[in-house]
Design a protein around this ligand. Structure first.
Ligand code: NPW
Ligand code: K
Length: 215
């Protein structure tokens, strides 16, 4: 069953109000995404994994993935597309502060795409269901860098630039090899398998009762 983005936000908020906090949803989302990625790649030990992280909760999922991938022995670099002080949500900020205590994960900020290594994998944690309008900098440069880099590409929830409700793309959009979306498929995502690549919807522990009155 495919749901709308509005329904997803309402379900998330109802789950949060039941005590299954967005912080827990984010943890399960990041963990499920890493499981699919590691299953696909065989192993990620010593692989250079570059994670682009937006300032919202799509970025937050990317921060959770960074921590899990470090646990699998990957060489993880996180590029936050802004200043840490401007991270929008408590749950995303919580994950950033854990990474600040982890020398095993390299943290970069500001959005430059000038790296001193070639990534084996790029994870797009830039934009998810909160996308609106033409892609602004530094998100645009990050999306263009991802599209011009030859490596395995993984989208968190939805390729950045694809509207998960309508299936329309903004002026630019990442083209990925795999996409893992969360809880249930959103109506617009399956319309663009050319951009999502292999597509999975993973449960993240939201109580089924959180859908009552919404679905
Ligand atoms: N909520 C939950 O319980 C769960 C949510 N989950 C995850 O959260 C995601 C939704 O998170 P979200 O609502 O924070 O929106 P998100 O997609 O990160 O984008 C917002 C940021 O992007 C920016 N921005 C927007 N448009 C832009 C543009 N055109 N060009 C440039 N920037 C633009 C916008 O900037 P602003 O407009 O505020 O200045 C803001 O900073 C969802 O996709 C899933 O991955 C999972 O953890 C599961 C549980
Ligand atoms: K994304």
């Amino acid at each position: 069953m495919e749901i709308t983005v509005d329904q997803m936000y309402n379900i998330e908020n109802k789950g949060h109000d039941m005590g299954f906090l967005k912080k827990f949803m984010m943890e399960n989302a990041g963990a499920a995404a890493v499981k699919r990625l590691v299953e696909k790649l065989g192993n990620v030990d010593s692989k250079n994994i570059l994670i682009f992280v937006g300032m919202g909760n799509n970025g937050g999922d990317g921060l959770v993935m960074a921590r899990h991938l470090a646990g699998y022995g990957a060489k993880v670099t996180v590029m936050l597309l802004g200043n840490p002080e401007n991270i929008k949500t408590e749950e995303s900020n919580w994950n950033w502060s854990i990474l600040e205590k982890m020398p095993s994960v390299k943290l970069m900020t500001g959005g430059s795409t000038d790296f001193d290594f070639k990534p084996d994998v790029i994870i797009d944690g830039i934009l998810g269901t909160g996308i609106s309008g033409e892609i602004r900098e530094p998100y645009a440069s990050a999306i263009n860098y991802i599209n011009k880099t030859d490596c395995y590409k993984f989208a968190v929830d939805v390729p950045s630039g694809l509207d998960p409700q309508t299936g329309e793309t903004a002026n630019i959009c990442t083209k990925c090899d795999m996409t893992v979306t969360f809880h249930k498929m959103k109506q617009g995502i399956p319309k663009r398998k050319d951009l999502t690549g292999e597509l999975f919807a993973e449960k993240i522990g939201i109580p089924p009762e959180a859908e009552e009155g919404i679905l």
